[in-house]
Design a protein around this ligand. Sequence first.
Ligand SMILES: [Zn+2]
Length: 268
Amino acid sequence: MIVDNFAVLIILLLGLSIGSFLNVVILRVHAESSLLGSSACPSCKKPIAWYDNIPLFSYLFLLGKCRNCKKPISWQYPAVEGSTALLTLVAFFFLQSRVEYDPTRLSFWLDYATVFCTVAIFVALFVYDLRYMLVPDIILFPGAGIVAVLSVLSSPSMLQVLHLIYGILVYSGFLGFIAVVTKGRGMGWGDVKLGILLGLFLGFPLSIYGLVLAFWLGAIVSIFFLVKRKKGMKDMLPFAPFLISGCLLVWFFQEPILKLFGSGGLFY
Ligand SMILES: [Zn+2]
């Protein structure tokens, strides 16, 4: 039990720190500046002291304002830090509760490392697409590479490799088909590339459910915006946040989903 509490504390601190790093990645990838070097206030350019750069807590302590110029700090910072920490921690509990998992084994932690990395990359891509309507290759491809290696290490078998390839084919195949048919207007190529990471995470047959759920979520939110007349028919909503949300939801609730709709055992 003490070991469990210790693990939770470490995961929480790690989630907050990685979330803080993701904020830097999102802003500096967009500004095309180096990931190294200290942070400065975007308004007054004064470097931020370490004690004002503590994930989540500094934002609360400073009441969301720069210590020097008192300009508001974007709520993106605490939101990214908080959601990375929360999602990675919830993922830990979900993984731990799965019957086939045993936290005393290395394979559990390899699996968790896969999930942790995927969730962190998802948070960065979600926010990036929401802000800039783009899925950046420089975050996506290294991320997909790391997740692919970890997924194969966590259960090294030909079946696992096939499972991942089928997942990618489902996501990128379907999204790519829409992109080709609509000449890139119905689906961006960034979303097709994102399919690689989504397929790697869910594998087969969960990818099918993830894809279906993303379109449902997209339809529901689009209808909401149409009714509210916030966006016209011609405005595009970024699709990556829906793809990512659908994928994560299916990963979290995979047992009830497979129980309800079947596990696609025919394909093995
Ligand atoms: Zn300032």
